[in-house]
Design a protein around this ligand. Structure first.
Ligand code: SIN
Length: 301
């Protein structure tokens, strides 16, 4: 980590002044906009507590117009919990392994970032024993069209799941595997390098409950995704496949979704314990670059 990483936040202990900012809920099943807060300035513990509460309530916070450095993004993200380093270390920002470059840009014949991150619905790092608490994505360069990110509310998905389906899955666990669709993605894009034995060892399949309890709010959420969930433990393959397909279809119904249309310098912070997300896609001829930090969460229960 670079030494300047905690620059504006070192003064937290000095109890910095509160900032005057507004939190406005979107007219959507999730999400709120934070207006007037500058993340390049020290954040007082009172302001931090307000942000934390809003994150739990709305699941996505959109901080507008943030002129922050990657080091400031890392420092703000770290106030929640330690960060996770993505297995595709090829796409880490030079000198800052905790920042993943999400980008479709190819320079000198080499991709500068992970261009197909979020191609399928998923919750970040659900394939780890400790999946991510939340992720922060900061816009660096945006296309003139496309490039939206969709979020789906997995609490609503659970609350509205038809009763026979709830009964069929509520006590069950499912397997999550980073490699589930890797070959498929590799076949269609330049962004999936061959993995080393060490990288493969970092992403062994794990099992998690299909319905998880949010560790901070106690709310239940559906926790399976089309990207990483491969099977329901203890069921025959055909039964498992049929149930997973029904869960996937229900979880991302339009009534559960918020579509984020990026504005310059947006920093979007979402809760991976409450949501799934999807990158809607960018036309090939347009450039898109964002920096992602990923906060470690708890073992799901
Ligand atoms: C991701 O899945 O982290 C990337 C989402 C996006 O690029 O919109």
């Amino acid at each position: 980590m670079s030494n300047s990483a905690s620059a504006p936040y070192d003064s937290q202990t000095d109890n910095p002044a509160q900032q005057s900012f507004e939190i406005r809920a979107f007219e959507a099943p999730l999400g709120a906009e934070v207006m007037g807060l500058a993340l390049d300035k020290p954040i007082s513990s009172t302001d931090f507590a307000r942000i934390h509460r809003a994150h739990l309530d709305h699941h996505v916070l959109v901080f507008r117009d943030q002129r922050i450095t990657p080091e400031q993004q890392v420092a703000f993200s770290r106030r929640f919990k330690p960060l996770q380093i993505h297995v595709l270390h090829q796409f880490a920002l030079t000198g800052n392994p905790e920042v993943l470059i999400v980008s479709n840009i190819v320079e000198n014949g080499k991709p500068i970032g992970l261009g197909d991150a979020g191609h399928f619905w998923h919750s970040d790092l659900s394939y780890k024993e400790k999946p991510s608490l939340g992720s922060l994505l900061h816009a660096q360069e945006l296309p003139s069209e496309g490039g939206d990110t969709l979020f789906a509310n997995m609490h609503l998905a659970w609350d509205t799941l038809p009763s026979p389906l709830r009964k069929a899955v509520e006590e069950r666990r499912a397997e999550h595997t980073y490699l589930a669709r890797y070959a498929e993605l590799q076949a269609r894009s330049p962004w999936r390098p061959n993995l080393s034995a060490e990288q493969i060892a970092q992403v062994k399949p794990v099992e998690h409950p299909i319905v998880r309890t949010h560790p901070e709010t106690g709310r239940k959420a559906l926790f399976v995704s089309e990207h990483f969930t491969t099977r329901i433990v203890g069921l025959p393959e055909d039964e498992s496949r049929a149930l997973l397909d029904e869960l996937f279809a229900h979880s991302v119904l339009p009534v559960h979704q918020y579509r984020h249309r990026w504005q310059p310098h947006d920093l979007v912070f979402w809760d991976n314990r409450s949501l799934m997300h999807l990158a809607a896609g960018t036309p090939d001829n347009l450039r898109r670059k964002l920096y992602r930090t990923t906060i470690e969460g708890d073992t799901p229960f």
